[in-house]
Design a protein around this ligand. Sequence first.
Ligand SMILES: Nc1ncnc2c1ncn2[C@@H]1O[C@H](COP(=O)(O)OP(=O)(O)OP(=O)(O)O)[C@@H](O)[C@H]1O
Length: 278
Amino acid sequence: MPASAEAAGEPALHLAGVACTFISKDAPGQRYTAVQEVDLRVGAGEFVSVVGPTGCGKSTLLNVAAGLLAPSLGRVAVFGEPLVGLNRRAGYMFQAESLMPWRTALANVAAGLEFRGMPARQAQALAQEWLGRVGLAGFGNRYPHQMSGGMRKRASLAQVLVLDPDIILMDEPFSALDIQTRQLMENEVLQLWQAKRKAVLFITHDLDEAIAMSDRVVVMSAGPASHPMGEFVIDIERPRDVAEIKMTPRFRELHAGIWDVMRAEVLKGYQQQLQKTA
Ligand SMILES: Nc1ncnc2c1ncn2[C@@H]1O[C@H](COP(=O)(O)OP(=O)(O)OP(=O)(O)O)[C@@H](O)[C@H]1O
């Protein structure tokens, strides 16, 4: 991080007055404003989750933060600098598989470093170190089809973290995993995050997951023109065990408070989905 941005206390990521309008998928020729008047900050070292009804624009916001989508209105700043093109300070982990099937786990993790010009031997040593950190030390020679879903997620995580991004963008990274594997992965992400304290913007459908992982949870309204309608500080101490903290009174209290704000929006979002499919 540039010392000046750090000194000035600039957020790692700041979406200011962002709106995204698309050509409607449902009514060709018409426009659909997915998000509007979104102001979202993620501080350096802060873990922020965005939750909201299906289709409210969570992935759209992540794409804007990644620089994959330019907003129709508003600004994006990264450590105080306007974002132009791809966000090179950020690493992304999406729902979909990101591993190249023709490369081994080690070669997949090393790929990003090699693309950046690191000599192969050095890249592989660093990749091996990261495979170890995500619990895949002995699996570097496996191809993606030879690994379980959980192992592939671990390799994807190593693929992102090996590049040492200042900002990590995650879009429902564990939604395809069974609940036990998911909890293991969530705890591992928290341990890795605790050690390095990067800024994280985490998108999830799952309110339990959002509360368990985050410093702050932002609730989006149902679309169109979705926007943040509530923001909750998660004042549960760290380190956390995601399974254990769900039993605590404070977790349940926070959950009840956030769900109170979310419930009506989730119902609206669900009704909209039903109308689309009718
Ligand atoms: N490129 C696009 N063209 C047209 N419409 C789009 C485009 N991208 C997103 N949308 C629309 O914008 C809205 C928000 O989509 P987005 O995927 O961001 O929502 P989401 O909250 O991530 O959804 P989910 O929770 O179901 O994953 C949806 O109605 C979607 O159909």
